[in-house]
Design a protein around this ligand. Sequence first.
Ligand SMILES: [Mg+2]
Length: 397
Amino acid sequence: MKITDVECHILVVPDLQINATSSSQDDVVIIVRTDEGIYGVGETDTGPWLVKAAIEAPGSHTMALCIKEMLIGMDPFDTSAIWEKLYTYTAMSGRRGAVICAMGAIDMALWDIKGKAMGLPVYKLLGGCHKDHITPYASLMPTGNSIEDYKKSLIDWTVKAKQYGFKAAKLECILGGPYYHGGLRGSDEDLTEIVTACREAVGFDFDLMVDVGYLWQDVKSCLRTIRKWEDLDIYFLETPLQIDNLEGYAHLASASPIRIAAGEWQNTRFEFIDLMDKGMIDVAQPDIGRVGGLTEALRVAHLAQDRGKLIVPHCWKTAIGIAASAHFAAAIPHCPFIEFLPATLCESALRRELAPDPLVMKDGRLALPDKPGLGIELNFEALEKYSVASQSVMPLV
Ligand SMILES: [Mg+2]
């Protein structure tokens, strides 16, 4: 089998809000086609235009070759060899950032092709399942123009998630730092009050995580707050510090009563080695598309397992990335949860329409996906409808 084409589709929702902290408003979908008629689908979570440029930009010398040209004619089964070739011959333009994100989407599509060609779900090719189900957690995004409304909204979401059947949820409680929502700022005391109220509302037979979105500038401010959370049984605290403050993460991880989680932005295993060995985090959160695909996510998982760390993949795109996360989680013994919000609860039209969920939640669990490949059926009408090429509202291209 040979790769014959690589398509990059840039998608945006028509009601795009540039000041919203939500990357589910856009997408770049990669379709890799082969000479046997089998195609694979992948996506990645970064600037879509950057990814298209990373894949299609003409090469100029051996350290910055064209990704698309390198792929044409290669065997899609050679996932590790392809990863190494793309990494090596984009060394000057790539190694991190958009090029790795682009490689991640391509790699996801290649695993989809391999599964479809073999008639097997991808997790079987990743080494087989370590569990008979996957446990999802819901990421809850509150709204409100006052702290009181914000708290009420988050309590409502938490209770709703439990009623829906979830066994776990993450409070997206971003009240400061560079990515805070919509101009509403809150103090550390507000944060503690909100987290405590959500725990009281939902009870203790439910796992709660907290994402503060890179809130604190220094370790001691963080510690002063989270030491008050010791009795709230928080499963992990996500991205409390600026991501390059590895020394701060190490200090925090050694003193924190709660597991520290990070990694949603990280590209390649090399950045995870730094985060785990220098930053001493407890939970690594690779995003499958962004880390460099399933090939690279598996390497991160093995490195984490050797170090006694947990893996909980980040995922905030469509059913494509969610499927990749689910297959990955099935094949990784030390992965207790995946990030998953059912399409029906999601505001993003892309999440709802681009592909139907192959995963159905029952009693807070997802059955292992059993269709060949990633098990995704791409809705080509939605692909066309949300494509930047067919929308006149986007002035960006
Ligand atoms: Mg996050």
